[in-house]
Structures are given as C-alpha cells and as structure tokens.
Design a protein around this ligand. Structure first.
Ligand SMILES: NC(=O)c1ccc[n+]([C@@H]2O[C@H](COP(=O)([O-])OP(=O)(O)OC[C@H]3O[C@@H](n4cnc5c(N)ncnc54)[C@H](O)[C@@H]3O)[C@@H](O)[C@H]2O)c1
Length: 265
C-alpha cells in the first residue's frame, strides 16, 4: 500500500525536472496524478508513461481560467483534489540593474501569483473532501539572497509568506500548507529559464555550475530525488502535524559557511 493510496494530486510544472520526478513518485506511491504544464507535448508524454493513474492538463499557472479547468478535469477524472504541489516556476539570472519591470513582474506572476491562484482553485474541493495538503516549492533563494537572482529570490521569499498565511487561514479546514526549499543549482535538476526569451535561454550551463558549485568543506549537493521525497512526506498523512513550515533540502547550504582555519575545519 503506497503512502498516497487513494489520494488525488495536482503537480504543476510536471513536464520535466522536479515536477516530473514528483509526479512519477506520487504515482508509485498509489496516487492518481494530474500533471499541469505549459509544455504540452512533454507533459503528455510523461503522463502517458506513468499510465492510467495520470492525466495531463494544459495549465498556465498565471491564468485563473486554466486553474478552474484543471480542477474541473481532475474532479471529472478522479473525483476531487487532495494534494496540490505548486512547483512550476521560472528563473532569470541577471544583474539587478538589468532586470526590466516586465521581467520582474513575469517572474512574480508565475512563481508567486501562480501558487496563490492554485490554492484558491483547489480550496473548495479540498474542503469538501475534509482536508488536504498543499506543498509550495520555494528555494534556498527564499531563505537567503544571492547576486543575480533579485527577482527570483523576491518571488521565492513571497512563496514562503503565502505558505504561512495560507496555512493559518486554511488550517481549520484541515488543509495543511508547507514550503519546500531546495538548494539553488542542484546539478541534478534542470536549470529553469524564462521560456521563450532568447536572451535568457542563452545563459550558459557552465555559469550555473560555477555559481552554484558546492563550497569547499561542504557535504555533497542535494539530489532531486531527495526533494521529491520531502514533497511526498508533506503530501502524505505521515506529516499530519506539519503545517506552515519551511523544509530545506539543501545539503547544509543555508546552515552557514565552513571556515577554513577555524577549529573543527
Ligand atoms: N533547479 C534548481 O536548481 C532549483 C533550485 C531551487 C528551487 N527550485 C525550484 O524547483 C521547482 C522546479 O524547478 P526545476 O529545476 O524542476 O525547473 P524546470 O525548469 O526544469 O521545470 C519547471 C517547469 O515549470 C513549467 N512552467 C513554467 N512556467 C509555467 C507556467 N506559467 N505554467 C505552468 N507551468 C510552467 C515549465 O514548462 C517546466 O516544465 C521550481 O519552483 C524552482 O524554482 C529549483
């Protein structure tokens, strides 16, 4: 019996990367899963590979009408929604002074407004089913800062604020809301870029690798499967007392610096 047996989940941004791994793991654990993404071909392919327990629904998380259709199709297919994973996001790596108003707003729209609309969309269904679990994917950039990610970090800090407020407000309906903060630049994750923006899709992979290389003295970087397992834990009834929390999966990145030369080094 899987840890999500009988549960119905929506996972956003599930056409690739973390969302795909989460969707596959959820199905392995007995859930029926709806994969939402703007990348329709890739999303359909993943859903088909998972099989009968999965459906793909085209979803732009910034559009309330897409959310309404997603919840409707999920309900038609599987009866309602128990779990929502707000995973879809975009990243812009650029100096703060070069981020346009439009790019900033687009990042906030996808990364912060998207999860907000998702919570609104699933609320009635979760309430009617006696509760649910919402997992918002933030980032270590939602706990600390870094040069080059001012807009992204703003949105990811926002996700944590949304998480706490939603957890307080929806707790009486037995809806839990938590944030997962994966390490920025986990080399096993694909690098998220702003889709359709030629300037940004040119960000070289080596640059990501260089920025995000684990500092000397640190544990190995975290793994995408570990992130998915954390999401699974929070989605399942094994975490019934967890709500409004930030759960880092960062191999110690946010713990502080390893000081060469200091005692214990
Ligand atoms: N990759 C990292 O290093 C890293 C680190 C920390 C946190 N995260 C977070 O983990 C999550 C997943 O990251 P990833 O590396 O798997 O990203 P990814 O780019 O591989 O996948 C993101 C998915 O979201 C989809 N998406 C983008 N805009 C969308 C929209 N408007 N509506 C619906 N879907 C949309 C994309 O099509 C893509 O399939 C994100 O929230 C990201 O911020 C990633």
């Amino acid at each position: 019996m899987g840890r999500l047996a009988g549960k119905v989940a929506i996972v956003t941004g599930a056409a690739q990367g973390t969302g795909e791994v989460v969707a596959r793991l959820f199905a392995e654990e007995g859930a029926r899963v709806v994969l939402g993404d703007v990348k329709q071909d890739a999303g359909r392919r993943v859903a088909e590979e998972i099989g009968e327990a999965a459906r793909f629904v085209p979803l732009d998380v910034t559009r309330p009408e897409d959310w309404a259709r997603c919840v409707e199709e999920t309900t038609q297919a599987f009866g309602g929604v128990d779990v929502l994973v707000n995973n879809a996001a975009i990243l812009l790596l650029a100096p703060l002074t070069q981020v346009s108003r439009e790019d900033f707003l687009r990042i906030v729209e996808v990364n912060q407004l998207g999860p907000f609309l998702g919570i609104q969309a699933v609320f009635e269904s979760m309430k009617a089913r006696g509760g649910g679990s919402i997992v918002n994917i933030s980032s270590t950039d939602g706990i600390k800062g870094m040069n080059g990610v001012a807009a992204y970090a703003s949105s990811k800090w926002g996700v944590r604020g949304l998480t706490k407020s939603a957890a307080i407000e929806l707790g009486r309906h037995r809806i839990r809301v938590n944030a997962v903060c994966p390490e920025a630049g986990n080399p096993n994750m694909s690098s998220p870029f702003m889709p359709g923006n030629p300037d940004l899709s040119a960000v070289p992979h080596q640059m990501m690798q260089a920025i995000l290389k684990a500092p000397e003295g640190r544990a190995p970087t975290s793994r995408i499967r570990d992130v998915a397992n954390m999401v699974l834990f929070l989605a399942s009834d094994e975490s019934l007392s967890c709500t409004a929390g930030d759960f880092v999966v960062d191999a110690g990145l946010t713990a502080g610096a390893w000081q060469k030369g200091a005692p214990g080094a």
